[in-house]
Design a protein. Structure first.
Length: 78
């Protein structure tokens, strides 16, 4: 379920990045802030568990940022 939500967010950010590149920064920052909060909270777990729990959040955050920038890049090529 969570994986589907992240995939949906990535697709949505890519579409918004393609259609309105300048306005796509706001939604990208919002998603980044939301996922970053989860990453920070998970990272507070003790020892190696903190790194283990925060890794999926970091990967999701990176994927969302990458898809938004890919939408903007594709718009630039058109």
């Amino acid at each position: 379920m969570v994986i589907g939500a992240i995939v949906g967010i990535c697709i949505l950010l890519a579409i918004v990045g393609f259609l309105v590149p300048r306005l796509s920064r706001g939604p990208q920052r919002g998603v980044d802030r939301a996922i970053g909060g989860g990453q920070r909270t998970a990272g507070r777990a003790p020892g190696p568990l903190g790194r283990l729990f925060s890794k999926p959040f970091g990967t999701s955050r990176r994927a969302a940022n990458r898809s938004a920038s890919a939408g903007r890049r594709a718009r630039g090529k058109v």
